[in-house]
Each structure stands twice: as structure tokens, then as C-alpha cells.
Design a protein around this ligand. Structure first.
Ligand SMILES: [Zn+2]
Length: 338
């Protein structure tokens, strides 16, 4: 794995072979400190598996239409997915392509566990066993990388297990099933095979780095933005509502909705938009003022005396024997204090 400085060097070098590096990294975090998010990895890989099932059932339907058999395989597949306790639909979009519900992480976990045993009729017979095996195999891998045990992992062993999954995946492609071709091996599958084993050996289960709890906060904030904020100053509203929910939760009390009757119709059909415009202008001004005063603090450091500068440094735990103002300012900059 390349380090940040190696990536930077490659980005700036004039050589032709840059090993896929195009630009300097935006964030200077060493790649060896990156941990793939297990939930996203599972979701993007099951995306491929689900799409392949739908294509499989669809192509079986098309074949049945020609040969006069039952062309209800896609319908059976959708029913099977729904019977896992999730809501799943398909529809044809304007470009005449088949689209379907994108499932949430929790729903995908349900489908991953329950669907394989329900795939008896809706996929092509010749590859049915292999498809079911592939799904079960992936579920086992997902368990392996997220299990809570403290057991130590051997990278080469885990790599071997995942490699078998990828081999089975590609074998299905050789058996004329679309969607299991080398071109369908996405970056997430590459990460799963070549990087996850290394992370497991080094750090243990990936579940401890899962971003699932943050996803929840993301959902909550999205919900607040769409239902409880005035959109104009959404960040402030979200923070206020979040705090209010927290307090209500602690005091086991929810605020009840107030009843409101629209009496002043001229306000509701005209005045309100004026009021919102004024408020938007006011928020913009507040933001401009805040930016200006932030700049002011920045400039002020130039007028500080040597003693004052040393004082600031000391407040941040840095003591120094330096006496030159330029050097002290530089030290502040180096420590990202100004
Ligand atoms: Zn890689």
C-alpha cells in the first residue's frame, strides 16, 4: 500500500506510469489508516447479487415466453424478497429499463440471511445451485468480517476464503450468466479480497469501525431537515431539534403539537413569503458578519506582542525559548493555532 508521500510524488512526477494516481490527495491521511466500512461494503456487494438475480429471473421469463412456459419468475422472485420482511418493488422507467427499490442496510441483512433458501424456482435451473451457494458463501464472509469474537485472524486464511467466493462468482460468468463477469468485479469486491484480510489480521473485526451509528444520526438529521426545519437556517434548526429530542428523551416527555388555525389569511397567502425573504437576508448578513469577525481575529495576531504570543502558546501547552516574533508566529501556524 502506498503512503501519502509516495502518492504525492507520483502525482507530481512526469513519468508515464503513475499506478493510477491522477491528483494529489485532498486529505492527508495515510492509506494504511483507512478502514472500509463493513455496512457499505455489504450493501454494494449485495447490490450486485440482487441485480444478478433480477436479470436471471427476467431472462428466464424471456426464455419461457418463447418456449411457452410460465413467465412469472420475476414475480416469484419479488414475492420471495418481500417474504423476507422487506418492501420491494420493480417498475419500468421512462427509458424502458427495469428499476427496483434500493434496500436499506437492515433490509439487505434480512434478505442476505433469508433469501437463499427461497430461490428454488425463479432462477435458471442449470446455475441455481451455484447461485444459492454463492449467496450463502457471501453471508458467511460477512459474518466472518463483522463477528464480535476476539479471535485472531490470519490474513492469508481469510484471503483464501474470500478468493474462493470470487472464483465461484466468476465461474457463474463462465456458465453464461450475465453480471458475473470480470468487469463486474467492482472496487468493493477488490477491497474485500485484497485489503480486508489485512485489516482483519491487524485490527480484528471490522464491526468496531462500522459507521452505522453515524448513519442513524444522518437519518435523524435528514428527517429533521425535511419535516421540522424552515429550510432557511436548517443547520441551526437541526441542532435545536436534536437537542430538544435528547432532552425530551431524558425527561421521558415529548412536546405535543400545538393546534393552529390560520386566521390571518393575507399573512398566509402573501406576508409569510415576505417574512421568509427578510429572514433569509438576515441570516446571510449574520453569516457575513461572522466571517468578517473571524478574519479580524486572524489579522489581530499580527499586532500581538511577543509576551502575548508566548501566552497564547502556553495556553495550548507549548513552552518555547524563542524570542523573535516571526518565529513565534511561525510556531503558532505550525500548530494550526492561527
Ligand atoms: Zn487495492
Amino acid at each position: 500500500m502506498k503512503s501519502v508521500s509516495e502518492i504525492n510524488n507520483l502525482a507530481c512526477s512526469a513519468t508515464k506510469d503513475k499506478y493510477g494516481v491522477i491528483h494529489q490527495p485532498l486529505l492527508n491521511i495515510e492509506p494504511k489508516h483507512y478502514i472500509p466500512d463493513e455496512l457499505h461494503m455489504m450493501m454494494r456487494i449485495t447490490d450486485i447479487l440482487i441485480r444478478n438475480l433480477i436479470d436471471d429471473a427476467n431472462s428466464k421469463d424471456n426464455y419461457s415466453k418463447i418456449t411457452g412456459g410460465h413467465a412469472d419468475n420475476l414475480k416469484i422472485l419479488i414475492e420471495a424478497i418481500c417474504s423476507c420482511g422487506v418492501s420491494f418493488k420493480t417498475w419500468i422507467n421512462k427509458a424502458c429499463e427495469l428499476e427496483y427499490t434500493s434496500l436499506s442496510g437492515v433490509d439487505k441483512k434480512k434478505v442476505l440471511t433469508l433469501l437463499p433458501d427461497k430461490l428454488l424456482f425463479c432462477v435458471h435451473e442449470d446455475t441455481r445451485e451455484s447461485v444459492i451457494k454463492l449467496w450463502k458463501y457471501f453471508e458467511n464472509i460477512y459474518h466472518l468480517i463483522t463477528c464480535q469474537t476476539t479471535a485472531s485472524f490470519s490474513a492469508s486464511k481469510v484471503h483464501g476464503i474470500i478468493k474462493q467466493f470470487l472464483c465461484d462468482f466468476l465461474t457463474l460468468g463462465q456458465m453464461k450468466r450475465e453480471g458475473y463477469q470480470p468487469k463486474n468485479v467492482t472496487p468493493y469486491l477488490h477491497v474485500l479480497l485484497y485489503h480486508v484480510p489485512h485489516f482483519l489480521q491487524k485490527f480484528g473485526s471490522l464491526s468496531q469501525f462500522s459507521g452505522q451509528s453515524v448513519e442513524k444520526t444522518n437519518d435523524v438529521l435528514k428527517n429533521i431537515y425535511q419535516t421540522k426545519s424552515n429550510i432557511l437556517d436548517a443547520t441551526k434548526d437541526a441542532l435545536l431539534v436534536r437537542k430538544r429530542i435528547e432532552n425530551a428523551h431524558m425527561n421521558a416527555a415529548q412536546r405535543t403539537r400545538r393546534k393552529y388555525t390560520k386566521n390571518n389569511l393575507s399573512y398566509w397567502y402573501g406576508g409569510i413569503s415576505e417574512k421568509r425573504k427578510t429572514k433569509l437576508k438576515q441570516i446571510e448578513n449574520e453569516q457575513l458578519e461572522a466571517n468578517a469577525s473571524a478574519k479580524h481575529i486572524y489579522l489581530d495576531t499580527e499586532n500581538l506582542s511577543v509576551i502575548e504570543l508566548k501566552e497564547i502558546l502556553k495556553e495550548h501547552g507549548i513552552t518555547t525559548k524563542l524570542r523573535k516574533k516571526e518565529k513565534l508566529l511561525q510556531l503558532l501556524k505550525d500548530n494550526a493555532l492561527i
